[in-house]
Ligand binder design. Structure first.
Ligand code: 6XA
Ligand code: ZN
Length: 343
């Protein structure tokens, strides 16, 4: 399987994030993608390819132009405001529901109005990394559109929490949504299967009223897990998209037996829909040793996950999302790919 990878992700190196009432070292770090890249090379999964450059048009088909231009200039504006040595930009005030808000266009105002959490710092290199992650996802989509049976987009930063005009959850641009949109513009119907521990609230929002893109997510119940405000079982899609969104929330401590049941339902729905292409938002934070999550999947379970997805016999693109246990991450990621390939 071809892997698409861009070294631009190394420029995105957040130092800290604010959560659980304290500033903590960032967990969404460059080593995540680097350890996976090394293992892909060691295991000879296939060629490692640089992405092509895609025009902004396709990014702007998914995201608000204001968000895109903000992300491109935010850190320079932040430095102008707080000095060249300023730390990463983290918002600290938002235009909240129930209170009237005026958007001045100043940096703090825009930082708050385009974001939804305090865990997603904007660093000097964030834009270059995020924009090339979209190129990585698009290049994988292009490879599959041109006849590859599968591809792996080693996207970093991840994307599935980014919506039309809001970034957050370590995500800036929604890589998988951008790839899906590109494929639909090529006349392909698409299903997105999100297996990250966290619900893909950004992806769901982007396609919520569409029937040409089926979105399915198997994730930790938002009543106890991030992103907290979306991902409940009764969210089915709206207007023409009604019936084309399926959420399968699971409890704390979910192990493979329980997970496999939900995954089976998800795959059944994909089969019914019959897409031309399957996009997998491949988050690996369902792993038992993940530092920020509470599921119990083990290393061999990821081989089974890959095998189960392969059973659909669809052109498939794996898009890297979350997963933070640097001891197990490379192995479990590659297990999914090897399971899929039947190796
Ligand atoms: C912030 C947690 C962000 C979760 C990011 C993630 N406290 N999403 O892994 O899939
Ligand atoms: Zn996650």
């Amino acid at each position: 399987m071809k892997t698409f990878y861009s070294a631009a992700h190394l420029k995105h190196r957040p130092a800290q994030e604010f959560e659980r009432g304290r500033l903590a070292p960032a967990v969404e770090v460059p080593e995540r993608a680097e350890c996976v890249r090394r293992r892909i090379e060691e295991r000879k999964i296939g060629p490692l390819l640089e992405p092509s450059r895609f025009d902004d048009d396709i990014v702007l088909a998914v995201h608000d132009a204001g968000l895109v231009s903000f992300l491109g200039s935010a850190h320079a504006r932040w430095r102008k405001h707080y000095g060249e040595d300023a730390p990463d930009a983290i918002p600290s005030a938002w235009p909240a529901r129930g209170m009237s808000a005026r958007l001045s266009g100043e940096i703090e105002s825009q930082l708050g109005s385009y974001s939804f959490d305090t865990a997603t710092p904007i660093t000097r290199g964030t834009w270059d990394a995020a924009r090339d992650a979209a190129n990585v996802a698009l290049s994988a989509a292009e490879a599959v559109a041109e006849g590859e049976g599968s591809a792996f987009a080693l996207t970093r930063p991840p994307g599935h929490h980014a919506s039309f005009d809001v970034f957050g959850g370590y995500c800036y641009l929604n890589n998988v949504a951008i790839a899906a949109e590109w494929l639909t513009k090529k006349g392909r119907s698409v299903a997105i299967l999100d297996v990250d521990y966290h619900h893909g609230n950004g992806t769901q929002s982007i396609f919520y009223d569409r029937k040409d893109v089926l979105f399915i997510s198997v994730h930790a119940d938002p009543s106890f897990a991030f992103p907290h405000f979306l991902g409940f079982a009764d969210e089915n899609g709206q207007s023409t998209g009604e019936g084309f969104n399926l959420n399968l929330p699971l409890p704390r401590g979910t192990d493979w037996a329980r997970y496999a049941e939900a995954l089976g339902r998800a795959l059944h729905r994909v089969r019914d829909f019959g897409p031309d292409v399957l996009l997998v938002s491949l988050g690996l934070d369902t792993f038992e040793d993940d530092p920020i999550a509470q599921f119990k999947l083990t290393r061999p379970d990821y081989l089974r996950m890959g095998e189960a997805i392969a059973g659909l016999k669809l052109p498939t693109i794996f898009n890297f999302e979350g997963g933070y246990d640097l001891n197990g991450l490379a192995e479990i990621t590659v297990n999914v790919l090897e399971g899929f390939e039947g190796r």
